[in-house]
Write a protein of this length. Structure first.
Length: 89
């Protein structure tokens, strides 16, 4: 039997909008994982120990998160700072 509920009332995954902080967090997490994986497997490819690879992965992950936070904060701050008035000669 068909549902009597209108189609527009059904929640859709595609219609759900992410908040800007959720998008920024997701991008930072994915980027951190990619950087950590690159550092980890890069160390293993050079025949380094697993312990050294784990340290490199941790440094890459948290370093990327910190750098991304600084850059996004700088961009956000620049967006709210008014531009200096133009000088006309």
């Amino acid at each position: 039997m068909a549902s009597t509920r209108p189609r527009s009332a059904a929640p859709s995954v595609r219609s759900r909008k992410l908040q800007p902080w959720q998008i920024a967090s997701l991008r930072a997490f994915v980027g951190g994982v990619v950087m950590a994986g690159s550092a980890f497997f890069g160390q293993l490819a050079t025949s380094a120990s697993v312990h050294t690879a784990e340290i490199a992965a941790g440094v890459a992950f948290f370093g990327y998160l910190a750098l991304r936070g600084v850059v996004e904060g700088w961009i956000d701050q620049a967006a709210v700072t008014p531009a200096p008035p133009a000088v006309v000669k």
